[in-house]
Write a protein that binds this ligand. Structure first.
Ligand code: IVH
Length: 676
């Protein structure tokens, strides 16, 4: 009886698999949606009646499974490499030359060209034809196990299609490809997020990454992610003679292969293909950022091998960064936290590759002179990836005579103090230590991501607190009055309470974190870490003279001088004393490796930089402990994206709450170079 049911289930699954592949992968269904739904319902009912017969590769297993506590590390079978980039035909010719020299051949070279999908690389491991592991690229050697999340992607086979001769492929097959979110789905997801008051994703790539790195696979399941396969991590098992044959075999096993893949017989054909893809890219329903060119012959691929970073048999021919022309309407001078006065161009708003650009950095005077930029000039602006837009050049032919030279101020645009220009420096600075603009930037920096990262105290809110007179100096953050705060425009009791709680959570600080947050010139996160490891505590650092500072590995003249001046300053010393009086405790971060002893960390939400396992190892390496449930033992809670109930609980329990960046800064202070 059970045997019979098991066989019936197997047949049902096979039918569903077949029709799902027709529908999702081939886009060519053979039965009506209603019929498919009926089959699926039968499967669910039968499995519900016989839960012991449910298999991990059943089509019913796509729905999501229970939420995870953390992503486990997943070691790749062979490294997941990157690709070298090229930008023009000349560079492609050079690539081919190199390939020829390496292979010592004049024979014709054939290439497979594929769209370079702008999503997330993943690895899928199949054993005996069943998907057993799916992971992110990670650092190329070890990624994160996101099997449950990847199973929700409709086009990823949970079991390989029975290939000809009814085998299910090799014993183990390691497949690689790109997961992405189609443009339309992205637009819809963002509309929905905005309605729900959530921040929209910046681009489809981020949306895909955010969807895949969800600890709760049910959330992933709701995002219509797609996938194209582009290679194999253990090609030897396929015994294919060419990249094209590999892709054909993968298609036969049920994987979606991009239909723009094309075989090119020589350089000219490759170039033509590049132009074609560049022309049609905006008509596609997914983002591509270039074309990948691969030597087709597998023997040659094998002989060419790879460097530590990238294969020698493939190259990414990228599309140029998005550019557009617009007009510089004005140039404004901004005063930064160290007094540096930098020009910013205000542009006539222009859409560059889907993003409206209104401003561009101009860096400094030299840069403006080099470009001979004037107000009212027509300029070419460029936006590459997520970086701040920049002005590439002036379009001289468009000059009308109305253009005005950019006049550099002699005095600070905010406080009118004379600007100083140190010899050898390109930047002018406001030397007034009481300059309100500088002060504001310092306060924003202190509360912001590079500083204490106080939730709820972003740029806008700090600006408001300063302009309303609630905050003038750093210690004022710790003196905020709940009544005045909740009475401000746009604030209420709840938001005030949240911010005060976040501030209270920062009263226990690592030395490196505090040094970094002060915003001393030439002292960034890394330097702060070096100092914190060298000096036993803050008072020692404050008492150090220039010679003593110079003894710290990695600290040079400029930094030593800047620090010396900072801590010799009476007002700065007083500020630090005030912090102590207000209950801010600065933990020494002596070079001993056990400074986390006695602390128990809990991680919740999705971390961006570290895997859960790495985070755990870091805590342990410094003598701390990790807990997965929130109890009295827990002392510190590190919250990633989408942290839910545990974060709320931690807030209720008034535990120290850290962001991932805060956590990294904390361990970085001691453990040193973990930066990637
Ligand atoms: S081949 C060892 N093919 O580009 C070969 N990669 O810069 C490397 N990518 O991490 C992968 N489309 O995420 C290959 N058709 C394609 C691709 C592709 C997108 C991504 C992939 C990889 C990155 C390398």
């Amino acid at each position: 009886m059970v045997q019979e049911t098991a066989e019936r289930l197997a047949r049902l699954r096979e039918r569903i698999r077949f029709h799902a592949h027709r529908y999702y992968v081939l886009d060519d269904p053979l039965i009506a949606d209603g019929e498919y739904d009926a089959l699926f319902r039968q499967l669910l009912e039968l499995e519900a009646a016989h839960p012991q017969l449910v298999t991990p590769d059943s089509p019913s297993r796509r729905v999501g499974g229970p939420p995870l506590d953390a992503f486990a590390p997943a070691e790749h079978v062979s490294p997941m490499l990157s690709l070298d980039n090229i930008f023009n035909g000349g560079e492609f010719a050079a690539f081919e030359d190199k390939v020829r020299r390496y292979l010592k051949t004049d024979e014709p070279l054939r290439y497979v060209t594929e769209p370079k999908l702008d999503g997330l690389a993943v690895e899928l491991v199949y054993r005996q034809g069943v998907l057993v592991m799916g992971s992110t690229r990670g650092d190329g050697l070890i990624g994160e196990n996101i099997t449950a999340q990847l199973k929700t992607v409709a086009v990823i086979p949970l079991r390989l299609l029975a290939a000809a001769g009814s085998t299910t492929g090799p014993e183990q097959l390691v497949v690689r490809g790109e997961v992405f979110l189609p443009k339309r789905a992205f637009a819809q997801l963002n509309r929905q997020r905005e309605q729900e008051g959530e921040a929209p994703f910046a681009n489809p790539r981020n949306a895909a990454a955010g969807s895949l790195r969800q600890l709760d696979p049910k959330i992933t399941a709701r995002r219509p992610l797609a996938f194209f396969v582009y290679g194999v991590g253990n090609p030897e098992v396929l015994a294919a003679s060419s990249q094209q044959a590999v892709l054909t075999m993968l298609a036969g096993l049920g994987f979606p292969v991009n239909d723009l893949v094309a075989l090119c017989n020589d350089q000219q054909e490759v170039e033509a293909r590049y132009r074609h893809l560049a022309n049609i890219r905006h008509d596609l329903d997914y983002e591509i950022d270039g074309m990948v060119v691969k030597v087709d012959d597998m023997d040659w691929q094998q002989r060419l091998g790879a460097t530590a970073r990238a294969p020698r048999w493939a190259v990414a021919w990228k599309f140029p960064a998005a550019q557009a022309t617009t007009v510089v309407e004005a140039v404004e001078f901004q005063v930064g936290r160290t007094g540096a006065v930098t020009p910013v161009a205000h542009l006539r708003p222009i859409e560059v590759n889907g993003v409206v650009v209104k401003r561009a950095t101009l860096h400094n005077r030299d840069e403006i002179e080099r470009k001979d930029l004037r107000v009212h000039d027509t300029v070419l602006v460029q936006r590459a990836g997520d970086v701040i837009p920049e002005i590439v050049r002036v379009i001289g032919e468009q000059r009308t005579g109305r253009e005005q030279p950019i006049v550099f101020p002699a005095a600070c645009p905010e406080c009118d103090a004379p600007l100083l220009m140190a010899p050898g420096e390109a930047v002018a600075r406001c030397g007034n230590r009481y300059c309100p603009a500088q002060n504001l930037q310092k306060l924003i920096y202190f509360a912001g991501k590079s500083g204490l990262d106080i939730e709820g105290l972003g740029k806008k809110n700090v600006e408001q607190l300063v302009s309303e007179g609630l905050i003038r100096t750093i210690p004022d953050f710790f003196r905020l009055d709940p009544g005045r705060l909740s009475g401000l425009d746009g604030w209420g009791e709840k938001s005030a309470q949240n911010v005060l709680q976040a501030i209270a959570g920062r009263k226990n600080l690592g030395l490196a974190q505090l040094i970094g947050a002060l915003g001393v010139r030439h002292v960034g996160e890394v330097t702060a870490g070096l100092l914190a490891r060298h000096f036993a505590d803050l008072s020692q650092l404050m008492a150090a003279n220039k010679e003593q500072l110079l003894q710290v590995d990695g600290i040079g003249e400029q930094t030593a001088e800047s620090l010396g001046a900072y801590f010799q300053d009476r007002e700065n010393r007083e500020m630090v004393e005030q912090l102590a009086r207000l209950g801010v405790v600065v933990r020494a971060e002596a070079p001993n490796q056990t400074f986390l002893a006695g602390r128990v960390f809990l991680f919740t939400g999705a971390l961006q930089t570290l895997s859960r396992e790495e985070a755990k190892q870091l805590v342990k390496a410094h003598g701390g402990q990790v807990s997965t449930s929130i109890g009295q033992r827990v002392t510190d809670v590190v919250v990633g994206d989408k942290a839910g109930s545990k974060k709320r609980k931690a807030e209720e329990m008034r535990l120290a709450i850290l962001s991932e960046a805060g956590f990294l800064a904390l361990v970085n202070g001691i453990s040193g170079e973990r930066g990637r």
